[in-house]
Design a protein around this ligand. Structure first.
Ligand SMILES: [Cu+2]
Length: 126
């Protein structure tokens, strides 16, 4: 085999080797898109921090709640999501908002004077 022919074969072999690698990278990118967005939220008389949560439609979300002082509630009626948030533990709530929009949430465990002020919203972007 002459030197140029050998080089051509090597180049072809390298090209073929790159195909599975590209496929693997593509699959990894798709997997990364399906990875949930994790949002940490603190619940405390009488607010959630942050009070506005921005997420992407179609991407799974995990809300990680920590209450510092009381068994607050988390209720987002339009997305049928509800949880108790006992203090001292992390409460994880998973959801996959499909439709863009603004969804209100509120504390539905009476937590004292100012309880009515304990609310926020989730902005689901297209
Ligand atoms: Cu509350």
């Amino acid at each position: 085999m002459s030197a140029p022919t050998r080089r051509m074969w090597l180049a072809r072999a390298a090209g073929l080797g790159a195909l599975p690698l590209l496929a693997l990278l593509g699959r990894r990118a798709a997997f990364a898109e399906a990875e949930p967005q994790v949002v940490k939220v603190t619940a405390q008389r009488f607010r959630y921090t942050p009070s506005e949560i921005r997420v992407k439609a179609g991407r799974p979300v995990v809300l990680e709640f920590t209450s510092v002082d009381f068994v607050h509630g988390f209720n987002m009626p339009d997305l049928s999501v509800r949880a108790d948030l006992p203090p001292g533990v992390v409460t994880r709530v998973r959801l996959s908002p499909a439709k863009p929009g603004v969804y209100d949430f509120l504390c539905d465990n009476f937590c004292g004077d100012g309880h009515e002020e304990m609310h926020g919203r989730m902005v689901v972007e297209a």
